[in-house]
Design a protein. Structure first.
Length: 251
């Protein structure tokens, strides 16, 4: 069984279209799932949601999705500077004003997590649990430098065992490691990478009878159209720089 996992699209419909086209061209994926943060920081939140709905791509709520859906006071994004905090508020207020009632209802209906059985539920086999941040909160950043004990704690919170996989996004930086034969996979970001590579990212995970494989994919997309949309929406040029550099905002 092979899945394509996409996360952190962040209202970038051009990046999403490129990723879906790449998935379609390969023609070997059994299902596609999204891991949240569909909206925020770019100009096409409604178009992103409509694409996912049209293709019946199931998924979960990221912090941006759940905060927009519930009119929370803040997006739940982590800011490392005063300017980043300012930008987070600008993005959040724009997004709340831009989403349609239908988009907001869709975001409100997303579950916190999904628990999949890639080889079927009729026999013992690997589980794939999808969350946005961690199994406990969608605002917590599960970074690659977390100690093994943190990984064990997250796995235990949803009852994972050897051979299982926990997949998540939120940090916009792809990585994969194993602790106690449990796979921990960060999908990276479709629409707003932070690893220095501007291209859209997603991950392919394959579950076989005796082995599990993880493949990270990067896809170029029509970034000029995304940039034009950001500027037309009146959003700060900081967002443009971030997109163009893969996560290096202007000083």
């Amino acid at each position: 069984m092979r899945y394509a996992l996409i996360s952190d699209i962040h209202a970038n419909v051009q990046a999403l279209d490129a990723v879906l086209a790449d998935i379609d061209a390969r023609g070997d994926v059994d299902a596609v799932y999204h891991l949240g943060d569909l909206v925020g920081y770019s100009s096409t939140p409604n178009e992103v949601v409509e694409r996912l709905r049209a293709r019946a791509i199931a998924g979960i709520a990221g912090n941006y999705d759940s905060t927009v859906a519930t009119d929370y006071r803040h997006c739940g994004c982590k800011s490392e500077s005063v300017r980043q905090e300012e930008l987070a508020h600008i993005s959040y207020e724009f997004t709340r004003g831009a989403v349609s009632p239908a988009t907001k209802r869709y975001l409100a209906g997303l579950p916190f997590s999904l628990d999949l059985r890639p080889l079927g539920g009729h026999a013992s086999g690997p589980r794939l649990v999808l969350v946005h941040g961690t199994p406990t909160l969608n605002t917590v950043y599960f970074t690659e430098d977390r100690p093994d004990d943190f990984c064990r704690k997250m796995a235990a919170s949803v009852g994972l065992k050897a051979g299982d996989m926990l997949a998540f996004g939120h940090t916009h930086k792809p990585w994969h490691r194993q602790v106690d034969d449990i796979h921990f996979v960060n999908t990276g970001s479709v629409g707003r990478p932070k690893d220095g590579d501007w291209r859209a990212g997603y991950v392919r995970v394959t579950f076989g009878a005796s082995a599990t494989a993880v493949e990270f994919v990067r896809v170029p997309y029509a970034i000029e159209a995304t940039v034009a949309g950001v500027r037309a929406a009146g959003l700060p040029d900081d967002f443009v720089t971030f997109l163009q550099t893969g996560g290096k905002p202007s000083a």
